[in-house]
Design a protein around this ligand. Structure first.
Ligand SMILES: Cc1cc2nc3c(=O)[nH]c(=O)nc-3n(C[C@H](O)[C@H](O)[C@H](O)COP(=O)(O)OP(=O)(O)OC[C@H]3O[C@@H](n4cnc5c(N)ncnc54)[C@H](O)[C@@H]3O)c2cc1C
Length: 477
């Protein structure tokens, strides 16, 4: 179908005021925050393919009608919600359609007996959380992108929040959802505490990155909001491995603090900047919940910290982190400090079991320092812990050797591949919470191993025409 005919048919479905075709607006809708794209943009190069249009449906029926039309005409679709992607996951196909749910916003139900909230997929998380707090509840989900992200995108990326050690990731918080399949069929997965009725269909959408269907409504658990019952404490320990061992002990003893963070000495020196002896790693804890649970958990953590000869730094470093924790949403994005230095900067989050996480940390740092002669910084932190292991959130920066956009991309992947290779070598996972997007895809076959083929079978069954967000997770055959 001709581009103009397609656009006019879409306009008939959603209304012409909800279809965007201007180049600048289309570039804006496709703007992703992966480090090298930010660098290219700052150097005056926009290398992102241009969609034919961006469409903002107003309701589920319109999503269904648009998808049916696009599916019949085999037009590529890129779902979009808050647009805070850092993985190129919202970059469209040239001439394809961006399907943006940001007009589909608002809470539909807050159920105070069964403790859940249902909201439309384009509802900004911070808008929902504020409303819940006013009523004495929280959704327990606090990604750093809280001021930017919306529910549909959070589910589709399998997001995780800063209080995850208590509340879990979004996979632990999602009760049910409504979605539209690529052929326009509307499906709903109901809200119950647990079911034993076959495979859990929520997982066809959790972390799907828009490749299976389009999420239109989300139901999440609620918790009582008790910010007054919080215990905050920071500790300093010598070296990253001591900090990892200390967290392992806390998790395996069975304590459930809400926030558990370990910043390595590089971040302590360059990012957090507390006054501490060299090689100090910084631990930050927040415990919350019923006051008796808070007290017992705090006592347990303090006792374990004592066993590790950790330096008690009081509550101040945690208060500071808490106050500034999401500032990056306003300052880091497209901010010139690194670009003025000529540096490409990015982060990369991975996970592994306790037996290998420290080895990955050391191996990545060692190789980066040895192989990247223009390296500016390599450090990181752990921010989501489990009884079996934890994540590492590497932060890296290097001075770009060239401003040529293709050279910038090539150099970025050379640096990134060190992290990917070392994580895979030690049996970790190459993505803890940002997803594959359209840049970690080349490593996905190694990540999944013998189970990778199942993902193609799922894709083929749900999206036989392959219209939904091509390039995420699956290597094109
Ligand atoms: C400063 C910053 C901090 C961040 N911190 C965190 C963090 O703490 N934890 C974390 O997990 N992530 C974090 N991220 C990554 C990002 O915010 C998350 O991936 C978030 O879940 C994306 O939500 P979004 O609404 O912005 O989705 P978008 O960026 O719009 O889309 C993300 C993905 O979801 C798909 N999608 C969007 N809407 C739908 C829909 N309705 N149906 C189906 N698929 C859809 C898109 O196709 C894409 O693949 C951060 C990003 C930034 C820029």
């Amino acid at each position: 179908m001709e581009k103009e005919v397609l656009i006019s048919k879409i306009k008939e479905i959603v209304g012409k005021e909800h279809v965007v075709t201007e180049t600048a607006a289309l570039q804006d809708a496709a703007k992703d925050y992966i480090g090298y794209r930010q660098f290219q943009r700052h150097s005056g190069h926009n290398m992102v393919p241009l969609a034919a249009c961006a469409v903002r449906p107003q309701n589920t029926e319109q999503v269904s009608a648009v998808l049916k039309l696009l599916n019949e005409n085999r037009v590529a679709v890129t779902p979009r919600a808050g647009g805070s992607s850092v993985t190129k996951s919202i970059e469209p196909e040239e001439g394809g359609v961006i399907l943006d749910c940001s007009d589909m916003r608002g809470i539909l139900e807050i159920n105070e007996q069964d403790l859940y909230v249902t909201a439309r997929a384009g509802t900004p998380l911070d808008e929902m959380e504020k409303k819940l707090n006013e009523m004495g509840y929280t959704a327990g989900h606090f990604p750093q992108s809280l001021p930017l992200a919306s529910l549909g995108g959070l589910v589709a990326t399998r997001s995780i929040g800063q209080f995850s050690t208590l509340y879990g990731g979004i996979e632990d918080l999602l009760l049910g959802l409504e979605a539209v399949m690529p052929d326009g069929e509307i499906i709903r997965i109901k809200n119950v505490p647990r079911r034993s009725v076959g495979p859990d269909l929520r997982h066809l959408f959790l972390g799907s990155e828009g490749m299976t269907g389009y999420i239109t409504e989300v139901t999440m658990k609620l918790f009582r909001y008790r910010p007054e019952n919080r215990w905050l404490r920071a500790y300093g320990v010598k070296g990253m491995q001591t900090g990892l061992d200390l967290i392992q002990e806390i998790m395996q003893e069975g304590y459930k603090p809400a926030v558990v963070r370990l910043h390595d000495p590089v971040e302590v020196e360059n990012v957090i900047k507390i006054d501490a002896p060299p090689d100090t790693a910084l631990l930050l804890f927040i415990v919350e919940g019923p006051s008796r649970v808070v007290q017992a958990t705090a006592e347990g953590i303090a006792e374990i910290a004592g066993r590790y000869h950790a330096m008690d730094l009081g509550a101040k470093p945690v208060e500071h982190w808490f106050k500034t924790r999401n500032d990056v949403c306003y300052t880091y994005i497209d901010q010139p400090v690194y670009y003025n230095l000529g540096a490409v900067v990015d982060t990369c989050e991975i996970s592994a079991n306790w037996s290998s996480i420290g080895k990955i940390y050391s191996a990545v740092r060692e190789r980066m320092i040895r192989e990247i002669d223009n390296l500016y910084l390599i450090g990181g932190h752990s921010s989501h812990s489990y009884t079996t292991g934890t994540n590492l959130y590497f932060e890296f920066a290097y001075i770009a050797k060239s401003h040529d956009p293709e050279a910038v991309e090539k150099e970025y992947f050379r640096v990134l591949s060190i992290i990917m290779e070392e994580v895979l070598r030690y049996g970790g996972s190459i993505a803890h919470h940002h997803g594959s997007g359209k840049y970690r895809t080349p490593w996905m076959p190694l990540e999944h191993g013998s189970s990778y083929g199942l993902l193609y079978k799922i894709k083929e069954a749900l999206d036989p025409n392959g219209i939904m967000n091509k390039g995420v997770i699956l290597v094109e055959k």
